[in-house]
Design a protein around this ligand. Structure first.
Ligand SMILES: Cc1cc2nc3c(=O)[nH]c(=O)nc-3n(C[C@H](O)[C@H](O)[C@H](O)COP(=O)(O)OP(=O)(O)OC[C@H]3O[C@@H](n4cnc5c(N)ncnc54)[C@H](O)[C@@H]3O)c2cc1C
Length: 408
C-alpha cells in the first residue's frame, strides 16, 4: 500500500504528502470535504483540461473524431486504471477520486469524460474486482497502462432497459464457450480491444440463466458495426457487435454461470455514478459558459448578469449543479443501487435543464456551433439515457424507498 500510494502521489505531484490507511478504501461515511488526494486528482485533471482538452473539445465534436491523443495522455497520467492496485498498473484511487476525474474531464470535453467513465467503471473495475489472477493478467494490465480500451456489452437490439430479455447465447463445448448474438450501443466498441459480454446459457431461466464473459475484440467471429451517428458526445463512439460462433476458453467466464445478471446490475450501480459525474461536468461547463457570456454581454445598457431574469437563471443553474454534485459524491462514497440511481436521475435531468438555460442566456449565439452552448445542450441529453434511462432510475429509487420502509 505504501509503495503504491507513493507512486500515485508522485504522479499527482504530492510526493511529500503523508498517507493514512483510510485514504484508499471506499468510505462508509460521507463528507462534503474532498481529501487531499481527491483534490490533487481534480487539480491534475483541471490542468489537463487547460493544456490538452478544453480548446479542442468543440473541434473533436464537430469532426466526430475519437480523442486518441487525449486518451494516450490520460493513460500516461494513470487515469485509465484509476482504482486497481499498482500490481496491475493502477493508481489505487477510490471511487470518489475517479468520480471527480470524470466530472472534471467532462467539463472540458464530454466525449472524453464518457470514454474514461465507461472504460473505468464498467470494464476495468469489473475485471479488477471480479477477475481471476489469470483474467487480470490478460484483461487488466494492458488496459490500465498499455493504452488499450475496454468495453461493456450488455444492451441488445431488443433488450435495453429490459436486460433479462437478452438473446445472445453461450453454449458450453468442452473447455470452451461458443457465443452467438448481437450487442448494440457498445461504447468504444470500434476502438476497444476487449469487452465484457453478457449472454444467456439458458433463456428459460430469464435473468438466472445469464453469464458474464471476457471477449477479445479481435477474436474470430466478432464483427464491429459502423459508428452510430449521435446527437451528443460525438467524439465518443458506440457501435453494434455481432458475435458469430465466437469460441472462447472457459477461463474467460467471470464468476459462475447464472451470476451474470447480478454482476451486470452491480456494475451498473458503479457505471451510473460515472454517468452522473459526467452529467455534473457537462452542467458545470454550461454554467461556466453562461456566466462568462453574461458578464460580457450588454443589453439595455447593462451586462446580462444584472438583468433579474438572467440572474435568476444563473442561480437556478448553480443550485442544480450543486445538488447533482452532492448526490453524485455521496453515491461514490456509499455505493448502493438507490444512491446511484438517485444521483443519475438528478444529475441527468439537471444537466439537461442547466444546458437549456445556457443556450437561452447566449440568445442567438446559443444556437451557433461557434459557441459551446449548443454542444453542452446536445451532450447533456444523453445522460438521461445511457447507463439506464431516467424512468428506470426513478423506479429503482421508489423500489428501495418502499423496501426500506417495509412497504413493498
Ligand atoms: C451513446 C450511447 C452509449 C451507450 N453505451 C452502452 C454501452 O457501452 N453498453 C451497453 O450495454 N449499452 C450502452 N448503451 C445502451 C443504453 O444503455 C440503452 O440505450 C438504455 O439502457 C435504454 O435502452 P433502450 O435504448 O433499449 O430503450 P428502451 O428500453 O426501449 O426504453 C425506451 C423508453 O421506454 C421507457 N421505458 C422502458 N422501460 C421502462 C420501464 N420499465 N419503466 C418506465 N419506463 C420505461 C422509457 O421512457 C425509455 O426511455 C448506450 C446507449 C447510447 C445512446
Amino acid at each position: 500500500m505504501a509503495t503504491s500510494a507513493f507512486r500515485s502521489t508522485s504522479k499527482l505531484g504530492l510526493s511529500s504528502l503523508k498517507w493514512s490507511n483510510t485514504l484508499f478504501p471506499q468510505s462508509r461515511t460521507f463528507s462534503v470535504q474532498l481529501t487531499e488526494t481527491q483534490y490533487a486528482v481534480k487539480d491534475m485533471v483541471q490542468r489537463f483540461n487547460e493544456e490538452h482538452l478544453k480548446q479542442k473539445a468543440g473541434k473533436l465534436d464537430l469532426a466526430g473524431r475519437f480523442p486518441f491523443e487525449q486518451i494516450k495522455k490520460l493513460t500516461n497520467l494513470g487515469l485509465m486504471g484509476a482504482t486497481p492496485s499498482e500490481e496491475y498498473g493502477g493508481m489505487n484511487l477510490d471511487y470518489l477520486s475517479l468520480t471527480v476525474a470524470i466530472e472534471e474531464l467532462s467539463r472540458g470535453c464530454a466525449s472524453t469524460g464518457m470514454i474514461l467513465s465507461i472504460h473505468n467503471f464498467l470494464y476495468v473495475n469489473l475485471v479488477n474486482e471480479l477477475g481471476t489472477p489469470e483474467q487480470k493478467e490478460q484483461f487488466l494490465r494492458c488496459y490500465t497502462t498499455g493504452g488499450k480500451i475496454g468495453c461493456f456489452a450488455l444492451s441488445e437490439p431488443d433488450a435495453g432497459s429490459d436486460v433479462a430479455n437478452i438473446k445472445t447465447t453461450a453454449i458450453r463445448d468442452g473447455n470452451h464457450w461458443i457465443l452467438n448474438g448481437k450487442k448494440s450501443w457498445v461504447s468504444s466498441g470500434i476502438e476497444g480491444s476487449a469487452t465484457v459480454v453478457f449472454a444467456t446459457c439458458d433463456s428459460s431461466l430469464r435473468h438466472k440463466g445469464i453469464a458474464c464473459f471476457l471477449v477479445p475484440l479481435d477474436a474470430e467471429g466478432v464483427f464491429r458495426g459502423k459508428k452510430e451517428p449521435l446527437m451528443g458526445v460525438r467524439a465518443a463512439t458506440a457501435c453494434d457487435l455481432t458475435l458469430e460462433e465466437v469460441r472462447i476458453p472457459n477461463s474467460y467466464l467471470v464468476g459462475e454461470v447464472g451470476e451474470g445478471f447480478r454482476i451486470a446490475m452491480s456494475q451498473l450501480d458503479q457505471g451510473r455514478i460515472g454517468i452522473a459525474a459526467h452529467a455534473v461536468g457537462i452542467a458545470q461547463a454550461a454554467l461556466d459558459t453562461a456566466m462568462d457570456y453574461a458578464k460580457e454581454r450588454v443589453a439595455f445598457g447593462k451586462c446580462l448578469t444584472r438583468l433579474p431574469s438572467v440572474k435568476d437563471r444563473l442561480t437556478e443553474m448553480c443550485i442544480m449543479v450543486e445538488t447533482a454534485r452532492l448526490l453524485t459524491y455521496r453515491a461514490a462514497t456509499q455505493v448502493c443501487t438507490k444512491n446511484s440511481a438517485m444521483a443519475k436521475y438528478v444529475a441527468g435531468r439537471n444537466a439537461t435543464a442547466v444546458a437549456d438555460h445556457c443556450v437561452q442566456i447566449l440568445g442567438g449565439r446559443g444556437l451557433s456551433t461557434d459557441y459551446p452552448a449548443e454542444r453542452h445542450y446536445r451532450d447533456a441529453r444523453g445522460t438521461q439515457i445511457y447507463g439506464g434511462v431516467t424512468d428506470i432510475q426513478k423506479r429503482l429509487v421508489g423500489h428501495y424507498l418502499l423496501k426500506e420502509n417495509n412497504a413493498l
